[in-house]
Design a protein around this ligand. Structure first.
Ligand code: DUC
Ligand code: ZN
Ligand code: ZN
Length: 483
């Protein structure tokens, strides 16, 4: 075996979730083979020239080519979605294989593999979405799939085509406990939302901004409280996804304070957008319709503080790519369409890391180690992909970002690589962007040019991520920050 490196990244200012050091990185066969002060020559060399170098991002919550039941259609498939991710420094994604009611879970997984096969340019694992926890699913399909590398699943407490009642949630949590899977929960109270929506529509209050009024903080607080209580009853860890504001944060902190393993994720939209963005001219507000909706400035501040103080383990994009114009997009039902007809979700795969680097690290709200933990190391750990993904260490995949800092730019949709015709972050400041992204040692993005190839991305089987119980003696969290 030759000892020559395929690639050496020289003079890197490496930041991981825990460490910061100046080093050369030697890469062989797609993995980091050596880290040293001065490494021998490689077949190829990249001089990082003292630039900040971080692990590639792991976006643990994004939706690509996910079938929907309302006729809307996602603009990004695995070709455009992974291209966009790579250009923004993300090297691993975990989208969702979604079960429709009445469908077999395995059929949903097989269908989703067909959508990804030959298309992804970076590596990917799958979460499951369970919307029909039948006996067959609970007893056979889900345990078998967890064993085969699909070790996390999402359940919904809202949306007519997805929502589960408390008994169904308990049944699924019990399977998660037995099988060592991690449950992600979309926590909003379905009946409250349906009732409020009816009131608003009857009163003729149907513009996009009333989307936020139909799902106030209270409905998220109540469902978050209930989700945590159900997890406590079953004695199993859960992860509350896309947390939007103070009242839900307080529930999560209360659970964590009781010693429960309650993990939590937030997204750039809850840090950088507010309900005011839903009030844009005419139908513009539809560009920011997502659930839960962005809240107000005070809630944004709480979310920022909760990144810093460790309440949150993960920042994901929740990329849910619907175009504004065009068939199946947000404006498909017309400018007068009532808000319940607007597809829920916004794009954000490509902007997640640069926005958090700019508004979090460079603006002094979080340090670089927290940034790496939230965007790469923690999602890799919690979803069973560590240490192959999520860090810069000998033996890990050479998924690496070299940063260009000191920029004075703004987000512009024309510069992005997704298939969506807008970004909700248009005009926000950008002080950093990846100069180069390596995926398993291959350059997929360099100096503004996409160099990836559809089909080179590999499916990753996820190990069982979670401790089986939430506070049993001797159980350790997989997270270094939470224990
Ligand atoms: N929930 C998600 O997780 N993503 C998009 C919309 C939603 O409600
Ligand atoms: Zn959700
Ligand atoms: Zn989502």
């Amino acid at each position: 075996m030759s000892e020559t490196f395929d690639l050496v990244v020289r003079n890197a200012d490496v930041a991981t979730a825990t460490d910061r050091y100046r080093a050369d990185l030697g890469i062989r066969d797609g993995r980091i083979a050596a880290i040293g002060a001065v490494l021998p020559a490689g077949l190829r060399e990249i001089d990082a020239a003292g630039r900040l170098v971080t692990p590639g991002g792991v976006d643990a919550h994004c939706h690509l080519d996910q079938p929907t039941s309302d006729g809307s259609r996602m603009a990004d498939d695995f070709v455009t979605g992974t291209r966009s991710a790579a250009c923004g420094g993300t090297t691993t994604i975990i989208p969702f294989a979604c079960q429709f009611k009445g469908q077999s879970l395995r059929a949903a997984v097989e269908d989703y593999h067909r959508r990804a096969d030959g298309k992804a340019a970076i590596d990917y694992a799958f979460h499951l979405i369970v919307s029909d926890p039948s006996e067959q699913v609970l007893r056979h399909e889900l345990p078998a799939l967890v064993n085969e590398g699909y070790s996390s699943f999402k359940l919904y407490m809202t949306y007519d085509d997805m929502k589960l009642n408390d008994r169904q949630v308990l049944d699924l949590l019990a399977v998660a406990r037995r099988e060592g899977a991690l449950t992600m929960i979309h926590a909003e109270n379905a009946d409250c939302i349906a009732w409020l929506t009816d009131q608003l529509v009857e009163a003729g209050l149907t513009a996009p901004r009333f989307h936020a009024a139909s799902r106030p903080m209270l409905v998220e607080r109540e469902a978050t409280h209930r989700a945590i209580a159900l997890a406590e009853l079953v004695d199993v860890p859960v992860l509350i996804v896309h947390v939007s504001g103070r009242e839900a944060v307080e529930q999560i902190r209360a659970g964590q304070g009781m010693g429960l393993k309650i993990y939590a994720e937030t997204c750039p939209q809850y840090l950088l957008l507010s309900a005011e963005n839903l009030e844009g001219e005419g139908f513009e507000g539809a560009k920011c319709v997502c659930s839960p909706p962005p809240r107000d400035k005070a809630n944004q501040d709480v979310i920022w503080r909760s990144l810093e103080n460790g309440t949150f383990q993960i920042v994901s994009s929740d990329h849910a790519p619907f175009t504004f114009d065009g068939p199946n997009g947000k404006r498909n039902a017309g400018e007068d369409a009532p808000f319940p007809k607007i597809p829920n979700g916004i794009p954000g795969l490509e902007t997640r890391l640069p926005l958090l680097m700019t508004h979090g690290v460079i603006d002094g709200r979080i340090d670089i180690h927290r940034f790496v933990a939230l965007t790469s190391t923690n999602p890799a750990r919690l979803y069973g992909l560590f240490p192959g993904k999520g860090t810069i260490a000998i033996g890990s995949d050479a998924d690496i970002v070299i940063w260009e800092q000191g920029l004075n730019r703004t987000v512009r949709n024309v510069d992005l690589h997704h298939a969506v015709d807008y970004t909700p972050y248009e005009g926000l400041a950008l002080k950093a962007w990846p100069a180069l992204t390596l995926s398993r040692g291959e350059v997929v993005w360099q100096d503004g040019v996409y160099l990836g190839q559809a089909g080179r991305g590999r499916f990753l089987k996820a190990a069982r991520p979670a401790p089986a119980t939430t506070r049993g003696r001797g159980h350790r969290s997989p997270l270094w920050k939470v224990d």
